[in-house]
Design a protein around this ligand. Structure first.
Ligand SMILES: [Ca+2]
Ligand SMILES: [Ca+2]
Length: 421
């Protein structure tokens, strides 16, 4: 890529920078991208395509201090050329196309606060063609011709929905210019939904990036009556205690709770007893993570026994007989508490009477016995900030009240023991 940034650090005030691009495609990056671009910048990039060509600019990333730093894209070589767009903030704009063979990018920053900047891919194309629309992130593309009159189709990958743009775009002549008749499909993992296909994928919104704060996303998976649903956790990582996925054995929030999952502690799979599963993903106002990728499928019951009910993470199952009337029970590793102590019974319809319970490291509790283990909440994940947990421990010698304060995310904690009378 032409241009260097060697002059940037030596000037005290208004830093000028000027770059020319003459290649048919390339990437325009803000100074130091993705590091802080700095203050007092006035940068100009000129993209000079062949005279019979036009220029297409696609934003890969933008993070510019809102209201104070600006990127302006102009439809020509000079500062007086018509403005195609002015950009500030971090909302990814749709792509931009020049009407002629020169585009001008101007980037101006004020005296304080730098951000990551921008990353823009440009391509050039002939006048009787539409610009290359690319391949949507999290999607596929069908068709290669960019000629006037041709169409290109898009399809989102499994688990993603088209939220903007069209599934098919056609290269048309509109008001004298050759343009796509619609925007390229944007594929995003939706926040909730009603899923009725026999199998599919559920992704946390923002996947494969981090999920957002303050989410409340509900999914209902519906199978044919009489068919239970199995969900398999392929990936799962959320902020311990604060960003939770609740799974309920039914179609609404009032259905029986199967488990509340957070951190990384999820079972390999879960099976509903009804033909519905209700999932609720809630996040608080800070700290996010990668989220989850779940697969769901309608399962066919066996005609002589129940299906393997699974094993809770950090726990064990007692009983390997899955025939009608069989009971299986569960226990947890030391320090974990079982969410539901009732046994599962294989019923005459070859379904278990209840869903698989979970084993959780709770914030506080009542423990009996001469020895035992106390785990910090969410163990083995980092525990969250500002917890104050109290465990009552009863031994044959008396009671001990044990309080643990967790002052720092994932760091040491304080155990305070008080011998009670
Ligand atoms: Ca600034
Ligand atoms: Ca959070």
């Amino acid at each position: 890529m032409p241009g260097t940034l060697t002059d940037l650090h030596c000037s005290s005030l208004a830093v000028s920078c000027f770059f020319n691009f003459t290649s048919p495609s390339g990437v325009v990056l803000s100074p130091n991208y993705p590091e802080d671009y700095g203050n007092h910048l006035h940068c100009v990039w000129l993209i000079l395509a062949r005279p019979e060509s036009r220029i297409h600019l696609a934003f890969n990333d933008i993070d510019v201090e809102p209201q104070f730093d600006f990127l302006v894209i102009k439809d020509g070589a000079t500062a007086e050329a018509p403005v195609l767009g002015t950009f500030s903030g971090n909302q990814l704009p749709s792509s931009i196309t020049s009407s002629g063979h020169v585009a001008r990018l101007e980037f101006q920053t004020d005296h304080s606060t730098g951000k990551r900047g921008f990353n823009i891919t440009f391509t050039t194309f002939r006048h009787n063609e539409c610009p290359d629309p690319g391949i949507p992130v999290n999607g596929k593309r069908f068709g290669d011709s960019l000629q006037l009159g041709s169409s290109i189709s898009f399809l989102c990958d499994e688990g993603f929905l088209g939220t903007q743009g069209s599934e098919t775009i056609t290269c048309i002549l509109k008001e004298g210019s050759v343009v796509w008749n619609s925007a390229v499909l944007r594929c995003e993992a939706p926040c909730g939904g009603h899923l009725t296909s026999p199998s599919g994928t559920i992704l946390s919104p923002g996947w494969p990036g981090f999920y957002k704060d303050a989410l409340s996303c509900a999914w209902v998976i519906e199978a044919q009556p009489g068919y239970p649903i199995k969900i398999t956790f392929d990936r799962f990582k959320t902020e311990v205690n604060y960003d939770t996925l609740e799974v309920r054995d039914g179609r609404t929030y009032s259905a029986p709770l199967i488990g509340v999952y957070h951190g990384t502690q999820v079972p390999q799979f879960l099976i509903s007893t009804s033909n519905y599963l209700y999932l609720l993903f809630s996040t608080d106002k800070s700290h996010s993570d990668i989220g989850f990728q779940l697969r769901y499928e309608t399962i066919t019951l066996q005609s002589d026994h129940c299906l393997d009910p699974g094993i809770p993470v950090n726990g064990q199952r007692h009983g390997n007989d899955f025939y009608v009337g069989a009971l299986v029970t569960f226990s947890c590793d030391s320090g974990y508490t079982l969410s539901d102590g009732e046994p599962l019974e294989c019923e005459p319809n070859f379904q278990w009477s209840r869903a698989l319970p979970s084993c959780e490291a709770l914030c506080g509790g009542f423990i009996q016995g001469s020895s035992g283990t106390i785990l910090s909440p969410g163990f083995p994940d980092f525990y969250p900030n500002n917890l104050n947990c109290t465990w009552m421990i009863e031994t044959s010698h008396g009671k001990v009240l044990s309080s643990a304060l967790f002052p720092w995310h994932g760091q040491h904690f304080v155990l305070l023991n008080h011998l009670l009378e």
